[in-house]
Structure formats: C-alpha cells, structure tokens
Design a protein around this ligand. Structure first.
Ligand code: FE2
Length: 193
C-alpha cells in the first residue's frame, strides 16, 4: 500500500555545524556555555603559569601538582566542547589572556588558585540557573556532576591554602607541603570512614 504517510520525507533539524539536533539551545545559554569553555582554557593557562612559578623555585611538588591541574582544566574545556557538539552547536574558541606570573609569595599563588576555582564554580552555577530557566534538562543533567566536582576542587584548594597559611612562609614547613604534593598525599581530611 502506498499513501502519502509512508512516503513522507523525514526532516531532521540541524545545528550550525550541520549535525542533527534534537533540541536547540537558547542563545543566552549557548553564549554562557561558550564563555565557560573559554574560562576553563584560561584557568589551564593560569595553572600552568603557577606551575612555572614553583618550578623556578625548586618546589617540584607544587609545580607538578599545578601542572596536573592545568591538564585537568584542558580536559574540562574538552568536556564542554564535546557537549556543545553533541547538542549540534559549534564550540567557538576565544583568546586566552596572558596569565599573571609575578607573585610575592607561595600564599598569594595558592590564594589565587582558590579564587580561580571559586570563579569557575560561579560560572557553572550561572549556567545551571539559565539551563533551569530554559527547562533545558540535558544541560542540567550534564552540569550536575560538574557542580559537585567543582565543590571538591574548592575543597582541595582550600586545604592547600590552609596548609600554606599554617606554614607562614617557614621554608621547612613549605618543603613538607611540597613533599606531600610530590607524593600525591595532599588531600583534605575525610571524616567518613
Ligand atoms: Fe575546570
């Protein structure tokens, strides 16, 4: 049997990259997602600058820890790029600004690390609020795990800042923290047994 229904052409909406798109994203959410992807790339550059600062001062544990963080931020940027592509959107890469490289002491570098993580979390939460407003469930589900991972990043940065403050610039104490970082043992306390 032939009728118009069986012969109907299936038309799938496509996004800017020409990929099949199940549901469009609002312009506001898309702009915020693009900005966030680039914030992760900026964080990576900032972490790398901090790693260099420590490498120049023979603080290998700090340098390698921050180098690993720089790599993680690249992975976070990639996660957002993957997500945008999965939604039929095109990731747009922006300029990465030259990171700050001059610091007075260890505490200032780590205080900046904490502030950076808090800023990234604020950006994720802004995305979350916009996705909720848009009733864009794919995005809120995607962001759920990222919000919790950010909380843990803040927790780790707060721990490191606390240790550094406790050391109060004492070289022997800073060396102990550096050794802990080198061995991958610099973790906040876990009370849950
Ligand atoms: Fe990140």
């Amino acid at each position: 049997m032939t009728n118009s229904a069986t012969q109907a052409t299936i038309t799938i909406p496509v996004g800017p990259a020409g990929r099949a798109m199940a549901e469009p994203m609002s312009g506001e959410l898309l702009d915020l997602m693009q900005a966030h992807l680039n914030l992760e790339r900026q964080s990576s550059a900032d972490y790398f600058a901090a790693a260099i600062w420590f490498a120049e001062r023979e603080l290998v544990g700090f340098a390698e820890h921050l180098r690993d963080e720089a790599k993680q931020e690249q992975e976070h940027a990639a996660k957002f790029a993957d997500y945008l592509i999965s939604r039929g959107q095109r990731p747009v890469l922006d300029t990465v600004e030259p990171p700050r490289q001059q610091w007075t002491d260890v505490e200032q570098v780590i205080a900046n690390v904490f502030r950076m993580e808090a800023d990234v979390t604020a950006s994720v939460l802004q995305l979350y609020g916009t996705a909720e407003q848009d009733i864009d469930r794919r995005t809120t589900v995607f962001l759920d795990a990222i919000v919790d991972a950010q909380r843990l990043s803040e927790h780790e940065a707060a721990y490191l800042l606390g240790r550094v403050k406790f050391a109060a610039g004492n070289p022997a104490a800073v060396m102990i923290i550096d050794a802990e970082l080198r061995e991958g043992e610099a973790e906040p306390a876990k009370l849950e047994g």
